[in-house]
Design a binder for this molecule. Structure first.
Ligand code: TRP
Length: 449
């Protein structure tokens, strides 16, 4: 089997793919708006703390387990187990991870489809296809189903292409485009009237919000979602990393890119909202809070762009194109979870596995679309605020308690045996074993009760 497994061709390829997975709608759409609803800068502080003190250690657990097993989450948790009970529970956790990854993709594809639709609508309008443009921008069952399906097909095509020729190649092309577009948009919006108020909201903490009950739950959910944790995405990507790479520093680079882009996206979204407000668009809800929620970007930004004529058309296309790219490099990493399982467990071809997995996800997604009001919020909360952190807890326990310590350390130091004695190696295993589970239990407990 080993010979037929994919591997990332280069260190940069891995970083682009893993950062591509991490950077997505979570960073550019969820993070800035969650932050806006949680006291701006205060939330950013909590988020940064949780990203490095909790999410990074969990990311390391995934990468290490994955590279050690050279396999999916089920294989990895079984491999480090030393008895039947541990193996059984590990398999259960692995199956839950695969299911959760599929569930996340099934709601992600809906929003990503909208992004794609808006990205196409503006150029279509410019060339005179008003009807098509309006259809793409107006809520409707057929539009939602069609765009979702289109996005799932794109995801499937990249994943079917394989690790190096599909995932790595496309991430290496798309990630630099994403960063450049984002920088250009931030710079442009900063020059518009009203942007200053947005910067202020973003940078000056409202300290009273630090004490609010939701801030921890929201920040932890955002950090786990943003770093693609718990469901085996990073574990599978870790399994494609060559043995001569230094995992802890790869992990740091991925976390830095992810957090950096989330913070950068805040410099776009908040100022853009205040620019829109300066042009008469409503951005505050009934209680004077900034409005948020799944349609925020579409409502506010579309009105903003609409007031800017030709420039607006270019900006809107760039922005929604950017969102579609960010979503695609993330969705491929979600689909890779069930696909790698099907390939490794049943020896299916990647094409067959991608096809079957994406058809199942299409059906799940269609069910959500047809019951949007009842299901969408529920699925998002259950998968990101409960399942992801709990799965992360399971991963910490398997990496920290179940896995034999010597074997764990030698996996981490595979590229350089003397590494075993660095600071990271001394602190991380104990930390991931004790502090991380504790933080997760406290925050999830607070969410549930
Ligand atoms: N991290 C991505 C984002 O911020 C989403 C994502 C990709 C994800 N793979 C995942 C979320 C796995 C949870 C689990 O948009």
């Amino acid at each position: 089997m080993a010979a037929s497994r994919g591997e990332f061709g280069s260190r940069l390829g891995f970083i682009m793919a893993a950062a591509g997975s991490a950077v997505g709608l979570g960073n550019i759409w969820n993070f800035p708006t969650t932050m806006a609803g949680n006291g701006g800068a205060a939330f950013v502080l909590v988020y940064l703390a949780l990203a490095f003190l909790l999410a990074y250690p969990v990311l390391m657990a995934e990468l290490t387990l994955g590279r050690h097993a050279h396999g999916n989450m089920i294989t990895a948790l079984a491999k480090v187990s030393s008895n039947g009970t541990q193996r059984g529970i590990g398999m259960l956790i692995g199956v839950t991870g695969i299911f959760t990854a599929s569930l996340i993709l099934s709601f992600y594809a809906i929003i990503a489809g909208w992004m794609m639709g808006f990205g196409l609508a503006f150029p279509l309008e410019a060339i005179g296809s008003q009807g098509a443009a309006d259809w793409l921008r107006t809520d409707g069952l057929m539009r939602n189903l069609g765009l979702m399906f289109g996005f799932v097909i794109l995801t499937m095509l990249v994943v079917a292409g394989g690790v190096e020729a599909g995932i790595e190649r496309w991430s290496k092309r798309l990630m630099p485009m994403l960063i450049l577009t984002l920088l250009a948009l931030v710079a442009y919006v900063a020059t518009l009237d009203g942007a200053g108020a947005g910067f202020r909201e973003y940078l000056v903490p409202d300290v009273s919000e630090l004490m609010s009950a939701n801030i921890l739950t929201d920040a932890m959910g955002a950090a786990f979602f943003s770093l693609s944790l718990g469901v085996g995405t990073m574990l599978v990507y870790g399994s494609y990393v060559a043995d001569n790479e230094h995992l802890p520093s790869l992990g740091v680079q991925v976390a830095l890119v992810d957090v950096g882009i989330a913070v950068l996206a805040g410099f776009l979204i908040l100022p853009a909202m205040y620019v829109a407000a300066a042009q008469g668009v409503e951005i505050f809800g009934a209680q004077g809070e900034l409005i948020s929620g799944p349609t925020l970007i579409f409502d506010v930004l579309v009105q903003l762009f609409a007031g800017m004529e030709a420039t607006g058309m270019v900006l809107a296309t760039a922005f929604f194109g950017l969102m579609s790219i960010a979503a695609l490099t993330s969705s491929i990493s979600m689909l890779e979870v069930p696909v790698s399982f099907l390939v490794e467990r049943f020896q299916w071809s990647r094409m067959q596995a991608s096809l079957v997995a994406s058809m199942i996800i299409t059906v799940m997604s269609a069910v959500i679309i047809m019951n949007f009001g009842a299901l969408f919020g529920l699925v998002v909360t259950a998968s990101t605020e409960i399942a992801q952190p709990l799965l992360g807890l399971g991963l910490c326990i398997y990496a920290g308690w179940v896995w034999n310590r010597n074997s764990l350390l030698s996996e981490l130091a595979k590229n350089e045996p003397s590494e075993q004695f660095t600071l990271f190696m001394r602190i991380w295993p104990v930390y991931a074993q004790t502090v991380c589970p504790l933080i997760i239990v406290v925050i999830v407990g607070q969410t549930l009760f």
